[in-house]
Design a protein around this ligand. Structure first.
Ligand SMILES: NC(=O)c1ccc[n+]([C@@H]2O[C@H](COP(=O)([O-])OP(=O)(O)OC[C@H]3O[C@@H](n4cnc5c(N)ncnc54)[C@H](O)[C@@H]3O)[C@@H](O)[C@H]2O)c1
Length: 361
């Protein structure tokens, strides 16, 4: 039995990783999460009381607390998914992204390095995004050697964290693996992101916002396929290497919204007519990257990973899940989350020069 410390395990992708570890392995999972607005422990049904599961509510920027976790649980690996992850929020409030994604990653690396010196089999898996590569034109794909060119405060903070992880490997020898993945979708996705937002608003008969002309292209991957890829890279990835993960499912945002409307028409028809009538074009996101597309050839070739869901099958499963699990998302709406538009303007004044406390020098 191995002990895996998962940061951000109450978030969308982290909870999928935790669910798989508990269901498909005999590993012990230490879920370390600050429980921000994006977290939901209800995304790990059956975890409470599970003999191989521990939850620790800790901010990864808190150095002494992070050191305590390493000492208490002696992990064989860290899978680092804790992050501020929403581009629109990063436009309004970049300071929190700098804190968690940069200072938090540094704090973890610092503790991980000390831990590795006592525990030589340890490895650090940093989970990142394809958004670090910037925007593509109509052609081409991001590979592991594409130069970084982040355009949003979110992607810039993730890019910085990727660079630190790489540097801790090159400079100190810390055993690391990195992954950069395209847009995820699936069950337990917080309703601020496009796909759950459109499903929930569509069910309520509310306007379905599409940024600009809806022409921006994303590559979509079902979250359970991403979680399987992450476990494979943790087990078999080569030290110091990065792996791109993607679904080879490029869609314009408008095509995604239309596909959801058509699924809702079939699975939850509205007496008021087809859901496409609700589509509403709204002002574009500032600095909106035109196209992301991933070349996932390396992880397929070297580790044998392929996604099991196509976009059509994964999207149908997702819409069906939101129909069958209204309690999960209704609880988020009931605790006051309003899917209001954010991220249109300049950043608001930031309260946060990095908090010194807890970060070791
Ligand atoms: N969602 C995507 O499409 C996608 C795609 C590629 C990569 N990623 C990356 O995967 C990771 C997870 O993404 P997600 O969509 O699950 O994010 P999420 O926003 O759903 O979850 C993030 C989790 O991290 C926790 N967290 C935030 N700040 C913390 C802190 N300071 N200390 C401890 N915990 C903290 C939150 O409480 C939350 O549970 C992120 O690093 C993200 O950049 C996401």
């Amino acid at each position: 039995m191995k002990t895996i410390l998962v940061t951000g395990g109450a978030g969308f992708i982290g909870s999928a990783v935790v669910r798989q570890f508990l269901a498909d392995t005999d590993h012990r999972v230490i879920n370390v999460d600050k429980l921000t607005y994006a977290a939901n422990l209800a995304s790990i049904p059956g975890a409470a009381g599970h003999p191989r599961y521990v939850f620790e509510q800790v901010d990864i920027c808190d150095g002494p607390e992070v050191a305590r976790l390493f000492a208490a649980y002696d992990p064989d690996a860290v899978m680092h998914l804790a992050a501020e992850s929403h581009v629109d929020r990063s436009i309004d409030g970049p300071g929190q992204f700098v804190m968690t994604n940069l200072v938090g990653t540094y704090t973890l690396l610092d503790a991980a390095l000390a831990h590795w010196r006592r525990h030589p089999d340890f490895r650090f898996h940093h989970i990142s995004t394809d958004e670090v590569f910037g925007s593509l034109g109509a052609d081409g794909f991001f590979t592991e050697t594409t130069p970084y060119a982040p355009n949003s405060p979110y992607s810039a903070s993730k890019a910085g964290s990727d660079h630190m992880v790489r540097a801790w490997h090159e400079t100190y020898g810390l055993p690391v693996v990195l992954t950069n993945c395209s847009n995820n979708y699936g069950p337990f996705h917080f309703p601020e992101k496009l796909i759950p937002l459109v499903i929930i608003r569509g069910l309520a008969g509310q306007p379905l916002p599409v940024y600009g002309a809806g022409a921006n292209v994303r590559d979509w991957l079902y979250v359970e396929d991403h979680a399987r890829a992450l476990r494979l890279v943790l087990d078999r990835g080569k030290d110091g290497e990065s792996y791109n993960i993607g679904g080879n499912n490029e869609r314009t945002n408008l095509a995604v919204v239309e596909a959801i409307c058509d699924l809702l028409d079939r699975l939850a028809p509205s007496p008021d007519g087809p859901h496409r009538r609700l589509i509403t074009f709204v002002a574009d996101r500032p600095g909106h990257d035109l196209r992301y597309a991933i070349d996932a050839g390396k992880i397929k070739r070297e580790l044998g990973w392929t996604p099991s869901e196509s976009f059509d099958s994964g999207l149908e499963k997702t819409v069906a899940w939101y129909l069958d699990n209204r309690d999960w998302w209704q609880a988020i709406l009931d605790r006051g989350y309003k899917a209001d538009r954010v991220g249109l303007g300049a950043p608001s004044p930031q309260p946060s020069p990095p908090r010194g406390e807890g970060v070791k020098n």
